[in-house]
Design a protein around this ligand. Sequence first.
Ligand SMILES: NC(=O)c1ccc[n+]([C@@H]2O[C@H](COP(=O)([O-])OP(=O)(O)OC[C@H]3O[C@@H](n4cnc5c(N)ncnc54)[C@H](O)[C@@H]3O)[C@@H](O)[C@H]2O)c1
Length: 256
Amino acid sequence: MKRFEGKVVLVTGAASGIGLATAVEFAREGATVVASDLRQDDLDAAYAEVSAERLAIECRVQDVTQHAAWTDTVQAIVARHGRLDVLVNNAGGGEFATIETTTLEQWRAVNAVNLEGVFFGMQAAIAVMKESGGAIVNNSSITALVGEPMLAAYSATKGGVRAMTKAAAVDCARRGYPIRINSIHPGYTQTKLVATALESLGERADEFAAAATAKIPVGRLAEPIEIARPILFLASDDASYMTGAELVVDGGYVAE
Ligand SMILES: NC(=O)c1ccc[n+]([C@@H]2O[C@H](COP(=O)([O-])OP(=O)(O)OC[C@H]3O[C@@H](n4cnc5c(N)ncnc54)[C@H](O)[C@@H]3O)[C@@H](O)[C@H]2O)c1
């Protein structure tokens, strides 16, 4: 019996990077997975690679910043599968900018996806999980724990995710809802997000990348699968006594 057989899992931001690896890993472990992201063509391209495995992955267009889209998505999952067992609030992004150079537009855009999206997601999932039970994993970052000068707004949202996870987790536990909610805190991971942010630095990209890598004790960035597996752990019964916790997966970055 696979670990997630019979479970229904929603992963947001699942057309790329950590979300893609997480959705595939859940499906390989027996789950029925709804993989959501902004664009159908990105989802189709992402999952074409694993189509031969015949995994139970359904792709769905969903913008996590849209409240109504959350209600529609969760209702559609429950109508089709009768349940939602796991939500991974993974969609996110951000641009390099310091506290002085961050524009109001950038601030609002990153808050809408990284923080408000997670707020909407938790509300929608808790509404259906409070009777049947479930697990929520929120993708935060090491920037919730240490200062990264070039990620001012991004860090603020990730700190918000960390704190909101704890508030929601203890509230659900105290109310007797059988729901566990935890945050994961990846260090730098080889994804489109990092590649795009580095590109924006132009000729300073190599210098920044070398300095960031030098701060990682294991000496390299993570692969998306190395974040996906700890996400599955948090969502699994192996983590049955974990709620409101923060799991740091960063090659030793914040330990030093
Ligand atoms: N890569 C890293 O170094 C790193 C480190 C710590 C945390 N994280 C977090 O991991 C998560 C995944 O990032 P990634 O590195 O895999 O990046 P990525 O760019 O590869 O994937 C992010 C996905 O989120 C989707 N997305 C963006 N806005 C969305 C919206 N409004 N609605 C739905 N989907 C949306 C994108 O289309 C993309 O497919 C993010 O929350 C990110 O902050 C990444």
